[in-house]
Write a protein that binds this ligand. Structure first.
Ligand code: DOR
Length: 439
């Protein structure tokens, strides 16, 4: 790959030590080649002025639903990756509930080809578990891991009984990521709350116990087989407390910005736009999730970007689909929390990049250090600007955070040495690369 080298000058740079210091960063052929002061810069290098800005490793979002192929009326890999570029997300790990379902090698291979042709940022894909594809789960490549929908899914991706879940843990050794909600409890409680049209009922149907039961089951199988387990989008204080007491070294967990920042009070203003799986919970849960994140019980952050059209959301509860977009607001949301002293900028970068690269064993990502890939984002931590619907790049065209006044908006986003977003302009000719996982 021959690229114009880059030199980023004047920025405050987050170093691997967690210190933020004024440094220059030089990039050539997609790699960071030097971090320091008074550096030798290659001829022809393009200078990027980072004055007043902070340079962070690009966000790796480890749970998104980008709808391509099969559901492109909601989103596709082009629009989704535009949203990533604007949000400082330089890599994503995408879920298998596209159509056809990503449950076999040929479908995974097709999805990689679609991403190679359309995605402005780097990409990796999960292979979805069914009750019948144990061989594919073991052999499909490249994949970041196996996704099991223990609850909240329809059709073959719903793998919701101990009898069907256990064999997946028993065979093979690659990472298993679980959507932990207990489907039997969901079905029973749907009956109990039948006829409810207030979206707030969603949190009662898929309640805290629904999540806790499934997380306990996944944890017990993970322990039985010493199998690498990742708990996706944890939503309850009970799960956080469970992991605080009992978290084997091979288990990781994530939380979404919306489970940290929104709770059942959001239904009043947002209606079904606040409806997602697992549902938003209570203020107490938000507090316990924050504490678990700060204490390292929860390892990192994902958005679960799950776009649906406003028309689909307009069907009302319980007919509206669950899910909300997130990739272009996640970094500013979390950096705004850092600026409000809830956490530090270095913690945000760890939760949204470094720790994700480590957990999924993505080589050369997640740090600003010579030899690492030049996936970078320059953010502005001094200006506050609201989330505006008209600026959104996601095809669904809405955000649950519209009107929130945020800081830390990306100013420049760089994907393997290519400038994909620059002061509001997106370069749609840039293409990301397929991620690799493990040794
Ligand atoms: O709310 C959700 N929507 N949660 C999921 O896990 C799936 C997602 C979707 O694909 O719409």
């Amino acid at each position: 790959m021959t690229q114009t080298p880059l030199v980023i000058r004047g920025a405050q740079v987050l170093l691997p030590s967690g210190e933020i210091e004024p440094k220059e960063v030089v990039v050539a052929d997609g790699k960071i080649i030097a971090v320091g002061t008074d550096l030798e810069v290659p001829d022809q290098a393009k200078a990027i002025d980072g004055t007043g800005l902070t340079l962070l490793p690009g966000v790796i979002d480890p749970q998104v639903h980008f709808r391509d192929p099969g559901l492109e009326h909601k989103e596709d890999l082009h629009t989704a990756s535009r949203a990533c570029a604007r949000g400082g997300v330089t890599s994503f790990l995408e879920m298998p509930n596209t159509l056809p379902l990503t449950t076999t090698q040929p479908v995974l291979t097709d999805k990689l080809a679609i991403a190679a042709s359309k995605s402005l940022v780097n990409y990796g894909f999960f292979i979805g578990a069914t009750a019948e594809n144990l061989d594919d789960l073991r052999t499909a490549n490249p994949t970041c891991g196996i996704k099991i929908f223990m609850g909240s899914a329809h059709g073959p991706l719903s793998v919701d009984t101990a009898e069907t879940i256990e064999p997946i843990f028993a065979v093979g050794d690659r990472l298993i990521a679980v959507h932990a909600e207990n489907q039997a409890r969901i079905m029973a409680r749907r009956e109990q709350f039948a006829g409810e049209t207030d979206p707030a009922a969603h949190t009662k149907v898929q309640d805290n116990e629904t999540a806790l039961l499934a997380t306990k089951m996944a944890l017990s199988f993970s322990k039985k087989y010493q199998r690498r387990l990742h708990i996706l989008h944890m939503s309850t204080g009970e799960e956080a407390e469970l992991l605080r007491k009992d978290k084997p070294s091979w288990v990781t967990a994530e939380v979404t910005p919306q489970h940290l920042l929104l709770d059942i009070s959001a239904y009043e203003k947002l209606g079904t736009l606040a409806q997602m799986n697992p549902p938003l919970k209570y203020e107490r849960d938000r507090e316990l999730l924050w504490q678990a994140l700060l204490d390292g019980v929860i390892d990192f952050i994902a958005t679960d970007h799950a776009p649906h059209t406003l028309e689909e959301k307009g069907k009302g509860y319980p007919n509206a689909p669950s899910g909300m977009p997130g990739v272009e607001t996640s970094l500013p949301l979390m950096l705004t929390q850092a600026q409000a002293s809830r956490c530090t900028v270095a913690q945000v970068a760890n939760w949204m990049s470094t720790a994700v690269a480590k957990a999924y064993q993505i080589p050369d990502k997640g740090l600003i250090e010579p030899g690492y890939d030049a996936d970078l984002v320059l953010v502005d931590l001094s200006t506050y600007r609201p989330v505006l619907r008209e600026e959104l790049q996601t095809k669904c065209g809405w955000s649950p955070f519209e009107g929130w006044n945020l800081t830390g908006w990306p100013v420049v986003t760089i994907v393997v040495g290519q400038i994909v977003y620059d002061h509001g302009q997106i370069d749609t000719t840039v293409r990301g690369q397929a991620l690799s996982f493990g040794q």
